[in-house]
Design a protein around this ligand. Structure first.
Ligand SMILES: [Zn+2]
Length: 290
């Protein structure tokens, strides 16, 4: 039945191209590469002493990456650095869990993964403010900037390559995620200002595009203007629906998902101002409804 053989071949071609599209490795700069699993990204650095990688992204992604690293670089993985505690970034760690591999995270990311019985490798090396790792000729600086998204979310900086990696709380070329679930808007602003004070040429996001300092400044301006617009509107007594209708930040309409997610971003800041700052309990702020 030749038609069956053709159908099987076509199916295999389709499946392999689907996988190839889902997982990929792209050079970033010098010995730093980006690993993508769909719209999620991580980075890794290849040195004479081995490989340090950030989030495994998923069990399937980690399996694909492990094989690709073996085939392309033939160096052992020595460090796996978790960006924060969320499963869509740190699941799949167990695929790299072998003797000689150290799992690193902020103390609060480890604490959360442990306490919530996360089904991934639990980190064995933690820090609070800053940690420096050295692998081969490469220095990696991990830094905590305060709360911004999830637990123990950090920046991962490669000073000699002038590349920094941040996941979720800085996204370039795209709007912040929907109604900002689990985000701390003031924390995002403060942490992004902190990152802008660092020395780097390229920022690789866990989502969105790779960009430079100007792209990060553009993103920060968006956050600041969004926050100010929602806060001012609430202090004038506008409810959420009115704010969603009124607020336009058209200087930022080049960001992907601008039309669809702007009302959701407004809702996220509105809820954050109630949850974190208790604006609804201020006698001078007539917040009528959530
Ligand atoms: Zn994410």
């Amino acid at each position: 039945m030749p038609w069956l053989r053709v159908a099987i071949i076509l199916t295999c071609l389709f499946l392999s191209s689907a996988n190839a599209a889902e997982f990929s490795i792209t050079p970033v700069k010098d010995n730093i590469f980006k690993f993508s699993n769909g719209t999620h990204h991580a980075v890794f650095v290849v040195t004479d002493e081995g490989i340090a990688l950030t989030d495994p992204l998923s069990t399937e992604g980690a399996k694909w990456l492990k094989q690709a690293l073996n085939e392309r670089f033939d160096k052992p993985v020595r460090y796996v650095i978790y960006s924060h505690n969320h499963p869509d970034h740190v699941y799949g760690g167990e695929i790299f869990a072998e003797p000689g591999v150290t799992f690193v995270a902020h103390a609060w990311a480890r604490d959360d993964l442990l306490a919530t019985k996360a089904d991934t490798q639990i980190p064995d090396l933690v820090f609070n403010d800053e940690m420096q790792l050295f692998l081969g000729d490469t220095q990696i600086v991990l830094r905590y900037h305060g709360p911004n998204n999830g637990k123990g979310s950090i920046s991962i900086n490669f000073p000699s390559q002038r590349v920094v990696h941040v996941v979720d709380w800085i996204v370039l070329g795209r709007m912040p995620y929907k109604n900002l679930p689990g985000y701390d808007i003031r924390g995002m602003i403060n942490s992004t200002r902190d990152v802008l004070a660092m020395d780097f040429d390229l920022l690789v996001g866990g989502h969105g595009d790779i960009g430079d300092k100007n792209d990060v400044r553009f993103y920060l301006r968006y956050l600041e203007q969004l926050y100010a617009a929602v806060l001012d509107g609430m202090r004038e007594g506008k409810n959420l629906k009115t704010l969603q209708q009124d607020i336009r930040l058209d200087a930022f309409r080049s960001l992907k998902m601008y039309e669809a997610w702007l009302p959701l971003n407004v809702e996220g800041v509105y809820n954050d101002l109630i949850d974190q700052s208790y604006l609804h309990l201020r006698p001078e702020v007539p917040v009528s409804e959530r």
